[in-house]
Each structure stands twice: as C-alpha cells, then as structure tokens.
Design a protein around this ligand. Structure first.
Ligand SMILES: C[S@@+](CC[C@H](N)C(=O)[O-])C[C@H]1O[C@@H](n2cnc3c(N)ncnc32)[C@H](O)[C@@H]1O
Length: 245
C-alpha cells in the first residue's frame, strides 16, 4: 500500500483528488462508473462522459439533490448504507466525494460498494477524517455549541451545513492507520493508495494567527506524520476476492 502525507493548504485535498479521479476515470480499465452522493454536483461533466464513452450513474439518497443535477445524467435514488440495498452493479469504478462522513455505518457502506463492483473493480473515496479539531467539535459537541464555536471561526461552513442538513458520523473516516487497512481487507478490499492531509485552513480563514498556526503544525506533521490526526484523506481500494478466503 502506498501512503503519502500532504498539506491541505489551498484545498489541495480537493484538487489532488479531482486530478486523480480524472486520470482514473479515463483509464482503459474503466468504462462503467458510479458516483455515490454526487447529487447536486456531479464530479465528472457530461462533455467528458460523452467524449470518453463512459456509462455514468449518479446514486444519491436525496431526490431533491438528484433533481439539481442536469437531466442527461442517469440517476438512482438509493441509500448506499442500506443493509437491504439491491441494485445491479458490475461497476468498474465507484467513487464518492464528501459522502463517507455522512453514512452512519461505514462497514455497510463499503460492503455495499464491494457488492456493486465487478471483479478487480476500483473504489475511490475522499472524506474528512477524525481527529482533526473542527471535525471533533462537529461530532462531539451539541449542534448549538459546535455551530457557535465553528461559526466564529468559519461562518461560511455553518451556513452550508444548515442549508444542506447532512449529519456527519465519521464512521470509518480515518487516516491511513493499520486498523483502517485491516478493516478494508476484512471486507475484501486491497488498499492500493492512501493519501492523507494535515490542516483545515478553511476553518481558520478569519483568524490570521490560527491560520498560520494551522499551516505551521501541518507542515511539521507532513514530515513527522501521525495518522490519527489527519484532516482529509482519499483512498483507492481494489476489490480482491482472494482476501475473502
Ligand atoms: C456533503 S454532500 C456532497 C455532495 C458532492 N459529492 C460534493 O462534494 O459537492 C453529501 C451528499 O451525499 C448524499 N448522501 C448522504 N447520505 C447518503 C447515503 N446514505 N446514500 C447515498 N447518498 C447519500 C447527500 O444527499 C448529498 O448529496
């Protein structure tokens, strides 16, 4: 498994992920793709889907979010963490962006993903991780208190979460620890790459000193990484039936 640590400065986690996704999506092994939780903002535009002849499905729990995406997309309304999920699969690639933290049970989510993939298929997920400070606040404090605290530091985040109303659980949302690797292996996923980030600059935009502190601490953590306190990560998993024996 390849592990790499980076700084989340200038939303590097989003940009690095999008570049990684774009390359994988047009590779010769990938034709049939499912984006989970892509609802309102699909990550791959229609012109790219047409150009590369991709079969692209948007799966989201919310019909309201799905309705916001252009009609050209093939849409399925379903809960990816439902124990009774019953869909046709055989996808070459299933991916998600900022969805995993909203799923109450990470094990069922990844198990369902595994079932929807073809033999040797890929799963790719970008998510915020425990135990970065703003996410601990978000998860542990009562909503009123966490909104007050985070609202002081990053009001734009609070407006977003109120508008979108997606509760966060952070189940299986961790950096590249052995424990995480073992959990994925136990479901029949080989972990190919785990790219993890330190720092949450978006939460400290209003305070120059906190911003600088966040940047300084995360630059040190990149050199001396502690997987337990990463802030974001993306992981490339590969379905491997031999792990199930
Ligand atoms: C924070 S939004 C992220 C949207 C988009 N991926 C992005 O990055 O802009 C989370 C999305 O996941 C969807 N979602 C939440 N729980 C879900 C579940 N159990 N199954 C499928 N979709 C889910 C929500 O409806 C929403 O569209």
């Amino acid at each position: 498994m390849k592990i790499e640590y980076r700084q989340a400065k200038d939303s590097a986690h989003m940009m690095d992920f999008q570049n990684y996704l774009n390359k994988l999506a047009v590779s010769s092994e990938v034709k049939k793709i499912c984006e989970v939780g892509g609802g309102a903002n699909p990550a791959i535009p229609i012109n790219m889907i047409e150009k590369y002849g991709l079969k692209y499905t948007l799966l989201d729990i919310s019909s309201e979010e799905l309705a916001k995406a252009p009609n050209e997309y093939h849409k399925i309304q379903a809960d990816i963490s439902s124990p009774n999920l019953n869909l046709d699969g055989q996808f070459d690639l299933i991916f998600s962006i900022m969805l995993a933290e909203h799923v109450p049970n990470g094990q069922t989510f990844h198990k369902n993903t595994w079932n929807l993939l073809r033999h040797d298929g890929y799963a790719l997920h970008l998510f915020p991780t425990m135990y970065a400070f703003p996410f601990i606040v978000n998860q542990l404090l009562p909503e009123k208190l966490s909104n007050k605290l985070l609202g002081t530091l990053a009001p734009h985040r609070i407006t977003d979460s109120k508008k979108l109303k997606f509760p966060a659980y952070y189940s299986w949302c961790r950096g590249p620890s052995n424990n995480q690797k073992n959990k994925f292996n136990s479901l029949g996923f080989r972990v190919e790459e785990y790219i993890a980030f330190f720092g949450t600059p978006a939460y400290f935009r209003r305070s120059k000193p906190l911003n600088l502190l966040d940047e300084w601490v995360s630059s040190i953590l990149v050199k001396y990484p502690l997987p337990l306190i990463t802030s974001y990560a993306y992981v490339l998993l590969r379905k491997d039936v031999s792990l199930m024996n």
